[in-house]
Design a binder for this molecule. Structure first.
Ligand code: C2O
Ligand code: CU
Length: 475
């Protein structure tokens, strides 16, 4: 059970060595600095942790290296990441590096990009990390249960010159369905969750623990990285007494803008905030989640200690440097329509499942409830819904024909969200997971520059398992 990073020859030590040899005319070709390699080990296994309180009952979970969330992987932009994943579960697993633009073979999708890791086996993932930002990792095998039992962790890629803050804080948010004895309810993938809003739980944790207090110091500037690791819960956060700035969505820089009102973050999405602690010593302010009108609650209290760090809070918020995604050419982009259907009250009657036309009742009997372009997925391997030409620009018009929210995720790429219900978006934000409201129409644009077959699915994990999943092929 360890989380190591055995740096090989890091760039820094290489440069130091080169400096020590100053006077030598040229760096020999064999010493051309390769990117530093950072190594980690993740062991997926059953375990137990204190979700509910620190000395009381432990909750049985599945976790990485015995903790929930799994260990934070934190590296610097441009480094190469190698992670050896060993499977101590009684079933197959994989890891998907959510939001990272990795080569296809490293994407962690069972049967589509790799053979799943069998119990007792180890698989080594290795790839470069061209983009900075806030990401996370999780299994892609039966994820509605594996993620739901605690298999997930944060993955932070630091900018070479990160913005100046006093603290860099990550809140991995999760939502659990616990029974009275603090154990996880076993009703994973039940038909009701599958065909409605997904597995909404009854216990919300921040970094794997029910959290009452976030300790603050007057004048502090915090970079707050929010990660929604829940199966299905959408968080709608309100920061009483504070006005945070958004600096990134899904790890990707966005024009800094202040949040007035609720900050919605769907499953799998991330938001980076600059949070200036503008209160005074002794103050306390709630962070509330008001997304579901009948399930409002206080996530935690921001509680100010007696000290003040600086008199005048920092005022300017600078934009993060751009990442490396190519800019889609909207004028020449090819446009495709993708319809999302199914669920209760959606009005869907027929769908294709396993190549056959079936009615909603038969779908439900087979544990399916949702479709992409009329097809209910029965596994990760299927005919592509689209085949895109490499390095061409595309606009996908996503059409939510259902009565439910869906956070729609594309693997292998980030895309710009360019319009909602026909209205251009203000920030043309880069995302990898876009939250669509019931009946909403959203246009996204990107350059299909990563070859392979990429999952395109709802990240409400019960909807994904229930058929809302497709493959976009880039050739
Ligand atoms: Cu976060 Cu297809 O995954
Ligand atoms: Cu969905």
């Amino acid at each position: 059970m360890k989380n190591t990073f055995n740096n090989g020859l890091s760039r820094r030590s290489f440069l130091a060595a080169a400096g020590a040899a100053a006077g030598v005319a040229a760096v020999p070709a064999w010493a051309a600095p390769s990117l530093p390699l950072r190594q980690f080990d993740l062991a997926a296994a059953p375990g137990s942790t204190h979700l509910v309180d620190s000395d009381g009952t432990k909750t049985k979970v599945w976790s990485y290296n015995g903790r929930v969330p799994g260990p934070e992987i934190r590296i610097r932009q441009g480094e190469r990441l190698r992670v050896a994943v060993s499977n101590g579960l009684a079933e197959e697993t994989t890891i998907h590096w959510h939001g990272l633009r990795v080569p296809h073979a490293m994407d962690g999708v069972p049967h589509l990009t790799q053979k799943p890791i069998a119990p007792g086996e180890t698989f080594v993932y290795e790839f470069d990390t061209p983009d900075a930002g806030t990401y996370w990792y999780h299994p892609h095998q039966r994820s509605f249960e594996q993620v739901g039992r605690g298999l997930y962790g944060p993955l932070i890629i630091e900018e070479p010159n990160p913005p100046q803050v006093d603290r860099d804080v990550t809140w991995v948010l999760d939502d659990w369905r616990l029974l009275k004895d603090a154990q996880i309810s076993e009703d994973f993938g039940n038909r009701h969750d599958m065909s409605h809003a997904g597995r909404i739980g009854n216990t919300v944790t921040v970094n794997g623990r029910i959290t009452d207090i976030f300790e603050a110091m007057a004048g502090e500037r915090i970079r707050l990285r929010l990660i929604n690791a829940a199966n299905a819960r959408i968080f709608g956060l309100e920061f009483d007494g504070h006005t945070p700035w958004v600096i990134a969505y899904d790890g990707q820089p966005v024009d800094p803008h202040q949040v007035t009102g609720r900050l919605d973050i769907g499953p799998a999405m991330r938001i980076d905030l600059i949070l200036d602690l503008t209160g005074s010593p002794g103050d306390a302010f709630a962070v509330r989640d008001t997304f579901y009108s009948r399930l409002k609650y206080r996530l935690l209290n921001v509680v100010y200690g007696p000290k003040r760090l600086r008199d005048k809070p920092m005022r300017e918020v600078a934009a993060l440097p751009d990442n490396t995604m190519p800019e889609p050419n909207l004028a020449s982009a090819e446009r495709h329509h993708i319809a999302f259907g199914g669920g209760m009250m959606g009005g869907m009657s027929m769908a294709k499942m396993g190549g056959r036309d079936v009615g909603m009742m038969e779908m439900m009997r087979n544990g399916k409830a949702w479709t992409v372009n009329g097809v209910a997925a029965t596994g990760h391997v299927m005919d592509p819904i689209l085949t895109l030409a490499r390095n061409r620009s595309y606009i996908l018009a996503l059409d939510n024909q259902t009565a439910w929210y869906h956070p729609i995720h594309l693997h292998g790429h980030s895309f710009r969200v360019i319009s909602r219900n026909g209205e251009p978006t203000r920030h043309k934000e880069w995302q990898d997971t876009v939250l669509m409201a019931p009946r909403e129409q959203v246009e996204i644009a990107f350059v299909a520059d990563n070859p392979g077959g990429w999952m395109f699915h709802c990240h409400i994990l019960e909807h994904q398992a229930g058929g809302m999943m497709g493959v976009i092929q880039v050739t």
